[in-house]
Design a protein around this ligand. Structure first.
Ligand code: PEP
Ligand code: MN
Length: 372
C-alpha cells in the first residue's frame, strides 16, 4: 500500500482538533524482521498513524548495539508493504537521508544528540534541499529552546514544509529525579508559543525512561494540549537491544491509548490548561529556589552558632531580631506583601535558626548527638 502524507503537520492538527492525538509507535531499534513484523501486525490494528524504528542508533558508549543499518531498511520496506503503515526513521548523517529516500521511508526524524549540534543539523539541511518529506525534530539534549528553534529554522530553510517537533525531555544531573530526561514542560510550551502552527509531539518513553511512567506522562501531554505521542513499542520489551526499560508491548500501548482522556477539543480550554500548567511549572521552580535559599540561610545560621559558641555569647540577640523584623517587613511591604505575613514567616525561620544554634552551643552535632 502506498502512503503519502500530503500535509503531515496539518494531519496532526486535524487529529488533535478531532480529539485524537497523532500517534507514532514502534520499537526503539529495528532488531530483526520478525520483531518488526510482530510489532507492526499489532500496531496496524490500533489507531497508530506512523511506525517508528531506529536503524542507526546513537549510543552513549561504544560497543553497544548500533542498529542494523541497510538490512533494517530492507525489512522496513517490506513492513510498509505488508501492514500499510507509513514508516519513520532517525537520520543523523546526509547519507542516511539518501538511503531513506532510496528505501521509501515516509518521515524522517532528527535525534536529540544531533539537534544539539548546529553544524550537523546544517549538513542534514543541505542534504534535504529539494527533498519533499516530513521531518520531525527532537529537542536538543540540553534545555535550550533557542537551539531547538534554530534546528527547526535550518530545516525550514532547506525548503521542508512539513515539520513537527518532538519533546523527549532534557538531560540533567539530577539523581533524585524519577525521570530519565527532565520534562521541563515550559520549554515545549515556549516553542509552541513561538510557532503556533508547529505540531509538538510528546515522547513519554524517553522522558520517563521506565515503562511504568509512560501512561501518566502521555495523559499529562494530552492535558497540556500537545498534538500527539511517540511511544516506543516492542513485542518483548525486557529483551529489547536498546531502551529495554522504557518500551511497552503493543497490548499495553492499546490500553494506554484506550484510557487516554482527551480533556478538551476546544482551543480556548486547551490554552487555559496549558497556561495553568505553565504557571505551575514556574511555581515549582520558584519553590525549589525558596527551599535552596532556606537551606543556605540555615547553613549560615549554623556557622554563626559556632562563632557565638567560640565567643561565648547568647544565641538570641534581641536587637538583631528587631532589626530583622523591621528591615524584612519594610522590604515586603514595598513588594506588596503583607507585613503580618512576613513577620509570621520570619518567626518560624528565626525559631528554627535559634534551635539549630542552641544545639551548637550545647555541643550537639548535626545528627543531634551530644559531642564528647
Ligand atoms: C530514539 O528515539 O530512540 C532516540 C534515540 O531518541 P533521542 O534522540 O530522543 O535520544
Ligand atoms: Mn529509544
Amino acid at each position: 500500500m502506498a502512503f503519502s502524507f500530503t500535509n503531515f503537520a496539518a494531519d496532526m492538527f486535524f487529529k488533535r482538533e478531532q480529539g485524537k492525538p497523532f500517534i507514532i509507535a514502534g520499537p526503539c531499534s529495528a532488531e530483526s524482521f520478525d520483531q518488526l513484523s510482530e510489532t507492526a501486525k499489532h500496531l496496524s490494528q490500533l489507531p497508530v498513524d506512523l511506525f517508528r524504528a531506529g536503524v542507526w542508533k546513537p549510543r552513549t558508549r561504544p560497543g553497544s548495539f548500533e542498529g542494523k543499518g541497510l538490512e533494517a531498511l530492507e525489512w522496513l520496506q517490506d513492513i510498509k508493504q505488508q501492514y500499510g503503515l507509513p514508516i519513520a526513521i532517525e537520520v543523523a548523517e546526509p547519507q542516511h537521508i539518501d538511503l531513506a529516500l532510496k528505501y521509501n521511508i515516509d518521515v524522517l526524524w532528527i535525534g536529540a544528540r544531533t539537534t544539539v549540534n548546529p553544524f550537523q543539523v546544517q549538513r542534514l539541511a543541505d542534504a534535504l534541499k529539494g527533498v519533499v518529506m516530513p521531518v520531525m525534530i527532537k529537542n536538543p539534549v540540553n534545555p535550550d529552546v533557542d537551539l531547538w528553534q534554530g534546528a527547526i529554522e535550518r530545516i525550514e530553510g532547506a525548503g521542508i514544509k512539513d515539520i513537527a517537533a518532538i519533546h523527549r525531555g532534557f538531560s540533567g544531573y539530577n539523581t533524585a529525579s524519577k525521570y530519565r530526561n527532565q520534562p521541563n514542560w515550559p520549554i515545549p510550551i515556549e516553542l509552541k508559543r513561538r510557532n503556533p502552527n508547529l505540531p509538538v509531539i510528546t515522547d513519554p518513553s524517553h522522558i520517563g525512561g521506565k515503562r511504568e511512567l509512560v501512561a501518566s506522562l502521555s495523559q499529562k501531554a494530552m492535558d497540556m494540549g500537545f498534538d500527539g505521542l511517540m511511544i516506543e513499542t516492542h513485542p518483548d520489551p525486557e529483551h529489547a537491544l536498546t531502551d529495554a526499560a522504557q518500551q511497552v508491548t503493543p497490548d499495553v500501548l492499546k490500553e494506554i491509548l484506550q484510557n487516554l482522556n482527551i480533556r478538551s477539543q476546544h482551543p480556548a480550554d486547551a490554552n487555559m490548561t496549558t497556561s495553568l500548567e505553565y504557571l505551575r511549572q514556574i511555581m515549582d521552580t520558584l519553590d525549589a529556589e525558596i527551599i535552596d535559599l532556606l537551606a543556605r540561610r540555615m547553613e549560615l545560621s549554623e556557622k554563626m552558632g559556632v562563632v557565638k559558641k567560640d565567643s561565648n555569647i547568647t544565641t538570641y540577640q534581641p536587637d538583631r531580631w528587631r532589626d530583622i523584623i523591621e528591615t524584612r517587613s519594610e522590604r515586603a511591604v514595598q513588594l506588596n506583601l503583607s507585613k503580618e505575613f512576613i513577620i509570621s514567616l520570619y518567626q518560624i525561620i528565626h525559631d528554627e535558626s535559634i534551635r539549630k544554634q542552641l544545639e551548637i552551643l550545647q555541643g550537639r552535632d548535626a545528627n543531634n548527638s551530644v559531642k564528647r
